[in-house]
Design a protein around this ligand. Sequence first.
Ligand SMILES: Cc1ncc(COP(=O)(O)O)c(C=O)c1O
Length: 386
Amino acid sequence: MNWKVTLTDVTLGEEEALAAADVVRSGWLTQGERVAAFEADFAAMVGVPHAVAVNNCTVGLEVAYDAVGVVAGDEVVMPALTFVATANAARRLGATPVFADITTDDDLCVDPSDVLAKVTAKTRAVVLVHYAGFAADVAAVRAGLAAMGRADVAIVEDCAHAPGAGSRDGAARCGALGDVAAFSFFSNKNMTTGEGGMITTRSAELDRALRLLRAHGMTTTTWDRHRGHAFTYDVVRVATNARMDEIRAAIGRIQLGRLADANRRRGVVRGWYLDAIARRAEELEGLGIPFSAGHYGEGSQHLFVVLLPAGVDRAPVMASMRAAGVQTSVHYPPTHQFSAYADVPASLPRTDAVAARLLTLPLGPAITAAQVAIVIDALATALAAR
Ligand SMILES: Cc1ncc(COP(=O)(O)O)c(C=O)c1O
C-alpha cells in the first residue's frame, strides 16, 4: 500500500543501530548490565525506585497481576475499552475480568465510580489504562478504595500508551500512581525496542517478587553466576521467563533519551489536528474529540482518537480515507464484544455508545502539518460522501 500518511512512524536512527551492534560485539546478549542500566534510567524517568524490564507488556501485566497476588478465582476490575492484553493477562492466571465503563465520551478512561461499584469481596486488583496516553484518575480510585476499607485491592496501571505522561494533577508520572505498572515498547508505541516492556513500582517487596516472577522464580540470574557472584540457585516461585535481552535494552536506552522530545512533537501534531478540525467545523459537524473538554494532565499523545458523528457508518469512512492514502485504525473493539469474552457479563452503555464511532487518525513525532491537512481533508471528503 502506498500510504501518504501512515498510522504512526517508528523513529529509529543510527544511534540505535550502533548500540545494538555494540551488544553483539560484546558477546553478552542475555539480561546483564545494559538491562540493569535501562531499568535504572527508566525508573528515574518515571520517578520510582524500581523498574523491572520484561519481554513485552502483556507478559509484564501477567507478572504484575501475579506479584500483587491475583490467583485463580479472583476478580480483576478493568476497562473494556483497551487492548485485549489487559484482560487476557488476568484470564491466563485463572482470574475473571470485571469490566467497568468509560467515564464520558470526552474522558475515555475508565470511570472511577464504576470501578468502585464493581469491587466485590473477590476483587484482588483493579487495572487503570491510561487510554491514548491520557492519565486515568488513579487518585479517585485510590481514595474510593480507602473509603471502602479496601486498601487490600491492588491498583495496577496499564501504561502501554503512557511513557512520559503526567498524572491529572501534574504531581507525578504515569507508572508512579498505582502499586505496580506495566509499559509496552512494541513498535507502534511512543518508544520502542521492537518487542519489550517495563514494570515499575515504588515497593521494594513487589520489586523482589517481580524479579523472581520474570525469571522462573530463581533466586540468582545467569549474569550473577557469570560474574562469580553466585554458584547455584533455588526456585521459590513457579514462574515464567519474561526477561529482556541486552540488545533491546541498549536500543531502549537510546529511545528513552528521545522520549521527551518525541512526546512534545506528538503534542504539536495534536495541536495541528485541533486547529485543522476547528477550521472545517461546518463540514465536520458532530465529530467528537475526546480529551478536549477536561483537564487530563500532560498526556504522552500516543493516539489521536476522534468520534465520528453519531450514526455514520465507519467502514466506508475508513475505506474512503484509505483510498486517499490515509491509514486509520480503531482503538479498540471493546474486549467484552470478543467471542472469547462472551461468557463475561458486561453492562457498559457508555463504552457501547462510543465503540462504533471510534476512529484513530495518524499520529507520530514525524508527522508534518501538511500530512495533518491531508488527513483532515480525507476525513471531510469521506464524511461529505455519506
Ligand atoms: C493498552 C495496552 N495494554 C497492553 C498492551 C500489550 O503490549 P505488548 O504488545 O507489549 O504486549 C498494549 C499493546 O498494544 C496496549 O495497547
